[in-house]
Design a protein around this ligand. Structure first.
Ligand SMILES: O=C(CO)[C@H](O)[C@H](O)COP(=O)(O)O
Length: 243
């Protein structure tokens, strides 16, 4: 595959709305065997999720543009870049990850001081716009931005960690944002995602609370049967649907 494998404009709107989608977090791939793992997930994954962290905004140092450009050449699936970086470098990171081939770039609501310019730039670059909310951040902070977004992600754990369980408040927070979207008439235009703590027992609860996509780390890369994992995910009943 080559860089020409980038999905066409409108890819996000073309994804089904009547079933839960699976984003796979490439942080949980075998980092020394990324090409092998990308080939294994290609027939199954809905969106590839790429965490970028600068060691300040979030504790880890994760992914960089040249690596994402290489990944772009190895997959036809959409690349969602989740930027966990300080305000001062946000715009430059947006430029670099868009150039590398990102299809959706999410910034944090906690980047509020530069968020307006950042979201405008993401859109100008022809990339879908997303925003992520840390677990401890009040949900009202995302409300003013909703009309500018195609994607909202709520963290279900502390920022920038993996291997930890879902926080109790994750499901009520999803329900609250789902209600906010409905009230604003944006339910059909903004997708709601949950990132962190996604396990076999927590994902059905997140789906019932209104999550439309979940970021899977070990639940995907540790599963020998991805076809069955995705069939399970796609069949989970949504809010108000019978189990
Ligand atoms: O992006 C993430 C954390 O920010 C993923 O949720 C992370 O890769 C989770 O891994 P796991 O589900 O194995 O804990």
């Amino acid at each position: 595959m080559t860089a020409t494998n980038k999905p066409a404009a409108g890819w996000l709107q073309a994804l089904p709305r009547d079933r839960m989608l699976g984003e796979f977090s490439l942080w949980s791939a075998d980092l020394c065997n990324m090409e092998r793992d990308l080939a294994r997930i290609e027939p199954h994954v809905d969106i590839c999720h790429i965490d970028v962290a600068d060691g300040h905004f979030a504790p880890a140092l994760l992914f960089f543009p040249d690596l994402v450009a290489r990944i772009r050449g190895l997959t036809r699936k959409p690349l969602h870049v989740h930027l966990m970086v300080q305000d001062s470098i946000l715009l430059s990171q947006i430029e670099q990850f868009a150039e590398a081939g990102a299809d959706l770039i999410s910034i944090h609501v906690e980047n509020a001081a530069v968020a307006e310019e950042a979201l405008a730039r993401i859109a100008e670059l022809g990339v879908e716009t997303g925003m992520v909310v840390r677990l401890e951040t009040p949900l009202e902070t995302v409300k003013p931005w909703l009309s500018k977004l195609a994607f909202v992600t709520l963290l279900g754990t502390a920022i920038g960690v993996k291997g930890v369980g879902l926080a109790e408040e994750a499901c009520p927070r999803l329900q609250a944002v789902r209600a906010m979207l409905k009230e604003a008439g944006l339910e059909d235009s903004v997708r709601l995602a949950s990132d962190g703590g996604n396990r076999h027992d927590t994902v059905p609860r997140l789906r019932a609370a209104g999550a439309e996509t979940v970021v899977l780390g070990s639940l995907a890369f540790g599963d020998p049967d991805l076809a069955a994992r995705m069939a399970w995910l796609h069949a989970l009943p949504g809010p108000g649907e019978a189990a």
